[in-house]
Each structure stands twice: as structure tokens, then as C-alpha cells.
Design a binder for this molecule. Sequence first.
Ligand SMILES: Cc1ncc(COP(=O)(O)O)c(C=O)c1O
Length: 450
Amino acid sequence: MVSINRSQMRELQAKEEQRFVESRPKSNALFQRAKKSLLAGVPMNWMVRWAGPYPVFVSEARGAFLKDVDGNRYLDLCLGDTGSMFGHSPKPVVDAVRRQVSRGITTMLPTEDSIWVGEELARRFGLPYWQIAMTATDANRFSIRLAREVTKRKYVLVVHGCYHGTVDETLVNLEGGAVVPRGGNIGPPVPPSTTTKAVQFNDVRALEEALSPEDVACVLMEPAMTNRGIILPDPGYHDALRELTSRAGTLLIIDETHTICCGVGGYTGVQGLKPDMITMGKPLASGVPVAAFGVSQYVSDMIVERILSDGTDESGLGGTLTGNAFAVAAMRATLEKVITKQAFNRMMPLAERFEKGVDDVIKSRGVPWHVARLGVRIEYHFCQNAPRDGAEADMAKDAELEKLLHLMMLNRGILMTPFHNMALISPSTTAKDVDRHTAVFAECVDTLLS
Ligand SMILES: Cc1ncc(COP(=O)(O)O)c(C=O)c1O
């Protein structure tokens, strides 16, 4: 095995930053201006966390490509971190929102599109009743509330290394057996050990132990982890998870926000999981802020009377703009014409091609890395063997190398997802695009090794 030449990394970083600045003067000028009115110079703080000394300002995004204000063009493998994973501005959605926008955007009354959406989500994911939310964070918060209401218990159980949005109960780490606030968490309202239990993914014994006092309202979990790189469940893990949660009277919430990359019904649809609730958001309306959560017959029976009672606008569920006509029109068009089996049939072989390309580079250069794939989502880890849980993934983290690699790729016209080495294949991505990524990845690895 060879290793990266670390002594030259600082020099390489400086060289790449200079290249970045030289080809992005307009983005630089916009950022200087933005800093005077926007906190941290961006409308949302993650936007300063890309590789490069300042963010690239976008002029337009279409299909699998975007263009910045300086005229640079990028193959977009981040795709809004899943929000636009089925391509930027797909035509059926553009047409649907154009139609709807002139016929009323929000009324706090339902439109027929919402029924179509509910029926389709039930068909794809197997849960009978659905509610709309604005973001996946929202969907998770609402589901946790419902679980507490149904079970009259307070604890939420998550896995170390999870991400379910800005949900207070989930912004935790498991350190030396203790649940602690995640590093960098701004303003945790209470010590998270008072609300949350955490275990490592794939650790059935720890799960059993945590559930056995029968004080956990819900387990909230991605069916395969995606936010510390891709971490797949061990064979039998989901059977154990279902069996243990049922036995403990704990509701099982599966977060499909990222794992929709597995197929039209997410990981749940492909593997036939039987959760009590499902949450998801991001690409459901091609980037228009919409999310959804589904519940079982049992959860519905337990909750529906409460939802209909007086004072529901103060229940902690829903929001004024949620489920409005504009949002559900975008959602219907996305589900009907964009997130389709045909799209997956096209994307899947390209994702396999991407994985093989990266694997060939890793093996031929002998770097101690590996590549993982979950449906049309691919990720490379800076470790030789696939991590089994968040703790192992933490050990493989190399922030300095990741930042440099992302910057090198960005300077060569390829956008990887910030925070990790993740790439998404969209229906607009082509074999030529995939091969271009492979070539750039190979060039970057060779430079890092030289
Ligand atoms: C699995 C998962 N669930 C929920 C969310 C929250 O999504 P949003 O930020 O759109 O609310 C994320 C965000 O990355 C996520 O990865």
C-alpha cells in the first residue's frame, strides 16, 4: 500500500486556492458584498463550508450541470446534497409549478394533488397514511412528537454518526458510553442524555440493552447510514431492529431522505421493511421545500382523534405554508414523472460504472481507500475496509485531505458533496460524465501521491 505525500499537501492547497481565486473573480466580489448583509456572507451557513476560500455563486443549474457567475461549468455530483438528485429543474416540474403558480400558491386548504401524492406514497412505501411537511427536519420532528404522544415515553434512540436534520434530540454523539452534544452543536436546549439514547449502528446487543427498560418512544434511523459515508446494515440487522422495537413497544421510524437513492420506494421499498413511520424530504418535489411522513394504521388510530381536537394549531405539528397547492403540485409532478422506475433503470448502471471506475483507480494506485455504493449514491472513504458504524467512520475521517481533494476536483469542474466524498448519479448524468469524474479522480490521486 502507498500513502499520500502529506509533506506537499500544504503547498498543493495554496496552489489550488490560487487557481480557484484566479478563475472566480465575480464570485469573490459577490462574497465581499454579501458579507455586509448576510451572516457569514451566505443565506445559509453550510454554503461557506465548501472547498475554496469563498463560495462559488451560481448563475444557473440544469440537469447534472451548473454554471457559476464567472462562467465556469461543473458536473454536479452533489446535486444539492440530494435535494436535486433527480436533476436540476426537471421539465415536468417546471411545467407543473408554472401552471400552479398563477392559480394560487397557498390557501391553507387542500388541493386534489395532495390526494394523488398520498396515494402514491402509500403505494411506494407501504404505509397507509401520510402528512406533508416542509423539510425532512420537520418530518422527523413531527414524527418524534407523534411517537412520544402515542407511547407516552420520552426517549428517542439514534445511532452515533446519524444526521436527521436540525432536530435537537438527534444532534448527539456517543462518547465513552455517554450521550453528549455533538461537537459544534449551537445552543443545545437541554443535556441530550435527558432526551436521547444512542448506540452504534449494527450493534444489536447495545440496541437490545437500550430498549429493554421500555422507556424509548421511538428509534429514528436511516436504513443504511449515509451521513458518515455509506455504512450498510449487516445481514439480519433490520430483522433484529424490527423485532426488538416491537418487543419493547418502541415505534420504529425509518428516515428515507437519502436512501431514496435505492429505488422509487427507497430502501424500504427494495428490502420490504415494515417500519411504523417513514420520513423523507429533499428531492420529493425536485428541490421545492417539501417533505412527508407516513404512519401505520396503528399510529393513525392512536393519533387521529388528537389531531382533530381543538387547539391543533398549537400542537407542534404542521405549519402555515405546509402542504400548499404549489408544493404538492411540484411533488406530484416529481413523483409522477421524475422519480420513476425508468429513471432508476438508467441511473443504476451508471452508478455501478462510477463505483468500478473509482475502485480501479484505488486498486491500481494502491491507496488504502475504498469505495461504497448504495443504489445511485457512491462514496469513497479514506480507509481500506468499509466502516461498520459511525465510530469506525470517524476514524477514517481526514478533513485536510478531503478539503484538498474537493478543491482539486472543483478546480477541474467536478462538484463533490461537501462534508464527505459523496457523489450522486442523476437521470441526466451520462456515461461520459462518469468517465470524466474517474479521469479527474485518477489525476488528483496521482498528484497527491507524487
Ligand atoms: C437522513 C437525513 N434526514 C433528514 C435530513 C434533514 O434534511 P433537511 O435539512 O432538508 O431538513 C438530512 C439532511 O441532510 C438527512 O441527511
